[in-house]
Ligand binder design. Structure first.
Ligand code: FMN
Length: 188
């Protein structure tokens, strides 16, 4: 049987710079991995894009497909969005498809594809009234949001440490969700 496919999407919060290591872990856990980044995350990761492509064997995507372009990734068994910034969480909840990552997330929500989202926000961002509404909206739509107890818990501004971002929770949740879907989602 072909290995399960993980679409690993990330936005511009500090843990994104550890993606090479996270992809290595996911691959050693048996996943085929495809990496998608927001435009800002892609800028931050400029120096690591070729390493990610070499590791995954797939292009790193950060721009939406043109209407006449073919899908270049295998279909996902599970999609993980981590780290998810305030901007990307809110955009996803509002259904805004302004970049590749939010476009994929909105599609996965609408099609009820298995989706794990782990925010990365400081406690000031977390108190913005839209954030709680977005988390609730996404959970109600079937997204597995790892936030609060058992998930990411925010630190005060300036006190977060990207090395403690709980990546293992996201990979464990993806593994559990993979069991829910026997047939991979079709590409597109
Ligand atoms: C050093 C640095 C750290 C940041 N950390 C976070 C963060 O942890 N969470 C967050 O929501 N935004 C953070 N931001 C702000 C986001 O990068 C910014 O809002 C960006 O527009 C998000 O874009 P994206 O969601 O499309 O990736 C940080 C910005 C910088 C420069």
């Amino acid at each position: 049987m072909a290995p399960p496919v993980l679409h690993l999407l990330a936005s511009a919060a500090p843990p994104v710079v550890d993606l090479v290591e996270i992809v290595r872990r996911a691959k050693s856990g048996g996943w085929t991995v495809c990496v998608g980044l927001t435009p800002t995350a892609a800028e931050w990761m400029e120096g690591q894009l070729s390493a990610l492509e070499e590791q995954t064997g797939h292009p790193v995507r950060s721009t939406p497909r043109r209407f006449d372009e073919r899908e270049v990734w295998p279909g996902a068994d599970v999609t993980v969005l981590a780290p998810a910034t305030l901007n990307t969480v809110n955009s996803s909840a509002l259904g805004l498809t302004t970049n590749f990552v939010t476009g994929r997330v909105v599609e996965a929500v609408g099609k009820r594809w298995p989706l794990v989202m782990m925010p990365c926000v400081n406690s000031a961002y977390a108190t913005h009234p839209q954030f709680a509404t977005s988390i609730e909206t996404l959970r109600n739509a079937g997204v597995h949001v790892l936030y609060g107890e058992g998930g990411f818990e925010p630190d005060p501004p300036g006190e977060g440490d990207r090395r403690t971002y709980p990546w293992a929770l996201a990979l464990d949740a993806a593994r559990s969700l993979a069991g829910w879907r026997r047939t991979p989602a079709p590409p597109g």
